[in-house]
Design a protein around this ligand. Structure first.
Ligand code: ZN
Length: 140
């Protein structure tokens, strides 16, 4: 395990805008506030969602799109830089009307409503390609 000690930065609460993409709003917010590293928690509801599953053998992301209203029962993510842009790495658990859940790495979702807690860190995290996993990870 690699790690680095960080100092905490600012804290935010935010309400996501109806009709806009969940992740894109977080990335735009981070860019606007100059956030270079953060963790966030969120909850709410979306009108659709595309989640990715990473096949560890193939080392490929496979998308699955759900075009239906879903509750965001849990959303956890972080913000760092990827290819020079802010990237909100986001995982979600989403529930249906009958209480069943689905989840994964969130690529896109149209926000119905959303609330966030964001904790900034006094650091600049830039993702780099990792040979073992073929993922863009933090070089700590
Ligand atoms: Zn992921």
């Amino acid at each position: 395990m690699d790690y680095r000690e960080l100092e905490g930065g600012r804290e935010f609460v935010a309400r996501l805008e109806h009709g806009r993409d969940w992740r894109e709003q977080i990335e735009a917010f981070a860019a606007g506030e100059g956030i270079d590293a953060a963790f966030y928690l969120g909850l709410g509801a979306v009108q659709d969602a595309t989640v990715y599953f990473y096949d560890q053998t193939e080392q490929e992301y496979y998308p699955e799109t759900f075009d239906e209203p879903l509750e965001v029962t849990s959303c956890v993510g972080n913000v760092s830089h990827l290819d020079g842009e802010r990237f909100a790495h986001t995982h979600v658990t989403l529930s249906r009307e009958d209480g069943t859940v689905l989840g994964g790495h969130l690529d896109a979702a149209t926000t119905f409503a959303g609330e966030l807690y964001v904790r900034e860190f006094d650091a600049h995290l830039e993702r780099e390609h990792d040979e073992t996993t073929d993922l863009d990870l933090w070089p700590l």
